[in-house]
Ligand binder design. Structure first.
Ligand code: NAD
Length: 338
């Protein structure tokens, strides 16, 4: 029997999670919800059974000629689990409905950590989500930081982690948000919330983060310095990072000179130019005394998608290795055919 998945909120993350679920052989999408009858709802209705996120909007969908199969409650009645991909803080409101329905649910990183029993990253703490009812997949920045730190921490003795996060100001589709000609420290008073969020997944890491918003929509960039508490060579670090399929090493020598070039590459490589991996610049990996330096780029629209798939399997008790390998294979994570 396949796990029946409902997607509540079909925006940047929801549409990607829906497609990724339908690429798995052990789960299926039983329906997605939309709030408004726009072009995205029209496209969604061609691919999946479409339900109303807000039942009061039924007439609007009818007028627009977009067929729906019922309300969110009708959808939940058909599902084993709901992946909530609604905007920041809306998930906590939706949780009340899921509780009434006795549903299992996954929330996204825009929710506070106490929305769920566990904050989740597949590499770092998969087993903690096993058998749980409410799981929060952490944000794009926290996912990327957690993966990298986990991979280094399981292979080397590490100390302080200091990270500067250069954030894209908005997603490409967001025409109401922007920052035309400025760099905005976000927040100005240090530290940024990301370090605290990483600790929800890896509690025993000494991490401080600072963050800045930049006028770009393509990707985030993280500049990290990590104290190494043992003698480690640059080659050791490269080999450990190369070993993890969810980390993709790219080289300046190969033309990867900026996030623009990484996205141009991804446009040829993946549907919707989605990069599910941390993209680490090979030449940025450097050891100076006890410090390791590394720079990575993060495709914010895509990086949490594999984590959502693994979170579904963790909730249903599937083993970590089995789930991650299945997710990687289906989404072609770790393929190096370029
Ligand atoms: P989005 O605005 O692109 O999509 C949200 C969708 O939910 C929209 O289609 C909206 O119409 C719908 N919606 C609005 N209110 C709703 C409600 N009450 N119930 C159900 N659906 C509702 O947002 P997004 O970027 O996909 O973000 C979703 C979540 O994922 C947030 O928690 C966000 O923090 C997190 N996240 C976003 C990114 C990113 O870069 N976009 C990355 C990682 C995590």
């Amino acid at each position: 029997m396949k796990i029946r998945v409902a997607i509540n909120g079909y925006g940047t993350i929801g549409k990607r999670v829906a497609d990724a679920v339908s690429m798995q052989d052990d789960m299926e999408v039983v329906g997605v919800t939309k709030t408004k009858p726009d072009f995205e709802a029209r496209i969604a209705s061609k691919k999946f059974d479409l339900y109303l996120a807000k039942k009061d909007n039924a007439e609007l969908f009818q007028k627009a000629g977009i067929e729906t199969s019922g309300t969110l409650e009708d959808l939940l009645a058909k599902a084993d689990i709901v992946v909530d991909c609604s905007p920041d803080k809306a998930g906590a409101e939706n949780k009340k409905i899921y509780e009434n329905f006795g549903m299992k649910a996954i929330f996204q990183g825009g929710e506070k950590k106490d929305v769920a029993e566990v904050s989740f990253n597949a590499l770092a703490n998969y087993d903690q989500a096993k058998g749980k009812r409410f799981v929060r997949v952490v944000s794009c920045n926290t996912t990327a930081l957690s993966r990298l730190i986990y991979q280094l921490k399981t292979n080397f003795k590490i100390g302080r982690v200091r990270a500067t996060i250069l954030r894209r100001v908005a997603d490409p589709k967001e025409d109401k948000k922007g920052l035309t000609n400025a760099i905005m420290p976000d927040p100005i008073a240090l530290p940024s919330h990301h370090a605290k969020d990483v600790k929800t997944v890896i509690p025993d890491v000494d991490i401080v983060t600072t963050a800045f918003k930049l006028p770009t929509t393509l990707m985030h960039v993280h500049s990290l310095s990590i104290e190494m508490k043992e003698k480690v060579s640059r080659e050791d670090v490269i080999s450990v990072l190369e070993n993890e399929p969810r980390i993709l090493l790219v080289s300046e020598a190969d033309g990867f000179t900026s996030t623009a070039k990484i996205i141009e590459f991804a446009r040829e490589f993946r549907m919707r130019y989605d990069l599910f991996e941390n993209v680490v610049w090979l030449e940025s990996i450097a050891i100076d005394g006890n410090d390791l330096f590394v720079t990575q780029a993060v495709h914010q629209e895509a990086i949490v998608v594999p984590e959502n798939i693994d979170a579904i399997r963790a909730i249903f008790g599937v083993e970590k290795k089995q789930s991650i390998e299945k997710t990687n294979r289906s989404l072609r994570i770790g393929e190096k055919n370029f």
